[in-house]
Design a protein around this ligand. Structure first.
Ligand SMILES: Nc1nc2c(ncn2[C@@H]2O[C@H](COP(=O)(O)OP(=O)(O)OP(=O)(O)O)[C@@H](O)[C@H]2O)c(=O)[nH]1
Ligand SMILES: [Mg+2]
Length: 252
């Protein structure tokens, strides 16, 4: 079964997107299962079919090893890798046609430690994709936007899987602002002109960073979405269907 991993900086909307997109897929009569890989989360906006918290307990780790919350989360992220066989078995048992995986809140615990790429490689040998969220409110500023491009390029460099880029929470921006950011993602000249409005060192830094990232040949075309209004979920689905199942449906 194809698997989609939802990735993004802390608070970028991973869990709510997972909830909204899985509901949307179910309404479209697609058989989807949802996996929670965040061992530290207390409350989720969906009921997971598979939950890492059944195997890794952050509270226990704090007590057992005398760790603070951050130390326990780092240890937990590494322990997820040891549970890969259990998780893979649980995922298999759902028998779903598509699996969405909500990843740990702090992206670096998943993307920038050894366990994340290991989990992505081991969970399935079938097709997979990453969905990377750009937080719309954060991305309004061209300097922040370029920083997010940089982070998402770093994530690509960790997983080397097809990566789909979304502008999350676009209901929080006026349409004009959303269009502006999407235009940056499609048109490097538009982004360059926005960068020219920045001051001094910020301008130089953003311009050089943007050019360095352009040289990587990666595309960051953003699909605007909202997990509150469901805007754009059909477009995300079209892109994922194309990557994962050659444009077919997951469930007939
Ligand atoms: N208006 C609006 N708010 C959103 C949207 N998506 C998420 N949020 C809010 O943004 C906050 C963070 O959302 P989460 O879905 O928990 O984000 P996350 O990336 O899973 O966060 P962590 O796992 O805690 O790092 C919550 O208060 C959500 O209600 C959206 O599409 N629109
Ligand atoms: Mg979350």
């Amino acid at each position: 079964m194809p698997i989609v991993f939802i990735i993004g900086t802390a608070g970028s909307g991973k869990s709510l997107f997972t909830a909204a997109f899985s509901e949307w897929l179910k309404m479209s009569k697609q058989d989807v299962a949802v996996v929670n890989l965040d061992p530290g989360v207390l409350k989720l906006p969906y009921s997971p079919d598979v939950d890492i918290r059944n195997y890794v307990d952050v509270g226990n780790l704090m007590e057992k090893y005398g760790l603070g919350p951050n130390g326990a989360l780092i240890l937990a992220a590494d322990l997820i890798a040891d549970e890969i066989e259990n998780i893979a078995r649980d995922v298999e048992a759902t028998n779903a046609d598509l699996v969405l995986v909500d990843t740990p809140g702090q992206m670096e615990l998943f993307a920038f430690r050894a366990s994340g790429p290991y989990i992505v490689n081991e969970l399935t040998k079938e097709t997979k994709a990453l969905v990377y969220l750009f937080d719309a409110v954060f991305s309004v500023n061209p300097l922040n936007y370029v920083s997010n491009m940089f982070l998402s390029a770093a994530v690509y460099n960790r997983f080397f899987q097809p990566q789909v880029h979304l502008l999350s929470k676009c209901d929080l921006l006026p349409q004009k602002e959303t269009d502006k950011i999407v235009n940056w993602s499609a048109n490097p000249m538009a982004l360059e002109s926005a960068i020219e409005t920045l001051e001094g060192e910020k301008r130089l830094f953003s311009r050089n960073m943007m050019r360095a990232i352009s040289q990587l040949g990666l595309k960051f075309l953003l699909t605007p979405v909202s997990a509150k209004t469901n805007e754009g979920l059909n477009n995300v689905n079209v892109v994922l269907e194309r990557i994962l199942v050659g444009g077919e449906k997951y469930t007939y």
